[in-house]
Ligand binder design. Structure first.
Ligand code: PEP
Ligand code: MN
Length: 262
């Protein structure tokens, strides 16, 4: 895939997800699935905003082993049920090779998180699945290493890969990570796969989400990922960066000119 086929043969984001080309390319939803009520509330809201894609973690990679680790299979069941209820494509992280089959049983898109971008065994395993993979850039990965990680998935036969720039670690502390916006057009030149940007995890704050979302669309991103929670203050993870429904609505208004094409 690093030497792409003619562009016309390649799949865009919508086609990869089995959607019509006019899908609004925003993957929104909570950091972690906490309960059925929580996810239903998000699903209902996203549907009311014509969203088609919902995220939510059932297996959470947390810095501390004492923090909320996710609901596991129970979370996957909730994700599938709510996804079906509101006709939303579901995206969730698979943390471990041993969980690939079960995550693939419940979710529509398998997410490989930043911490696992270098987990080549896991990449190979999702490469053998018949589900699209959302591959996040590692926090210390170069663009080339990121593309080789995608190559690991493709080499096993799975060409449905959505890349996700989610910020890299630098000396800057005003954001959680430094969103490497230039990687988007660079990757677009190198490889013919859709690339989105996770603005929530890269920024780790929500006061500058709208200008940054505009910047990633202007840089050519095919979509964004953003964390949305009914009550971020009570969230079991990443409460400081998750948008509440009003904040997400104003983000949509802020970036509406970039969404007109959809
Ligand atoms: C996530 O999307 O839930 C997540 C943990 O992100 P990242 O792997 O980019 O840190
Ligand atoms: Mn999170």
């Amino acid at each position: 895939i690093i030497a792409p086929e003619p562009r016309s043969k390649r799949m865009g984001l919508a086609e990869m997800l089995g959607l019509k080309s006019n899908v609004i390319p925003i993957i929104a939803g909570p950091c972690g699935i906490e309960s059925k009520e929580q996810l239903k509330s998000v699903g209902n809201y996203l549907k009311s905003k014509s969203m088609k894609l919902m995220r939510g973690g059932a297996y959470k990679p947390r810095t501390s082993p004492y923090s909320f680790q996710g609901l596991g299979e129970e979370g996957l069941e909730i994700l599938r049920e709510v996804g079906e209820m509101y006709d939303l494509i579901t995206v969730t992280e698979v943390l471990d090779v041993r969980d690939v089959d079960i995550v693939a049983k419940y979710a529509d898109v398998l997410q490989i998180g930043a911490r696992n971008m270098f987990n080549y065994q896991l990449l190979k395993e999702v490469g053998r699945q018949n589900k699209p993979v959302l591959l996040k850039r590692g926090v210390c990965a170069t663009v080339m290493e990121f593309l080789y990680a995608a190559e690991y998935i493709a080499a096993e036969g799975n060409k449905k890969i959505i890349l996700c720039e989610r910020g890299i670690r630098t000396y800057e502390t005003s954001t959680r990570y430094t969103l490497d916006i230039s990687s988007i057009p660079i990757i677009k030149k190198e490889i013919d796969l859709p690339i989105i940007a996770d603005i929530s995890h890269s920024l780790g704050r929500k006061d500058i989400i709208s200008p940054v979302a505009k910047a990633v669309f202007a840089a050519g991103a095919d979509g964004i990922m953003v964390e949305v929670h009914p009550n971020p203050k009570e969230a079991l993870s990443d409460g400081f960066q998750q948008l509440d429904f009003m904040e997400f609505t104003s983000l949509l208004e802020g970036i509406s000119s970039y969404l007109k094409a959809y």
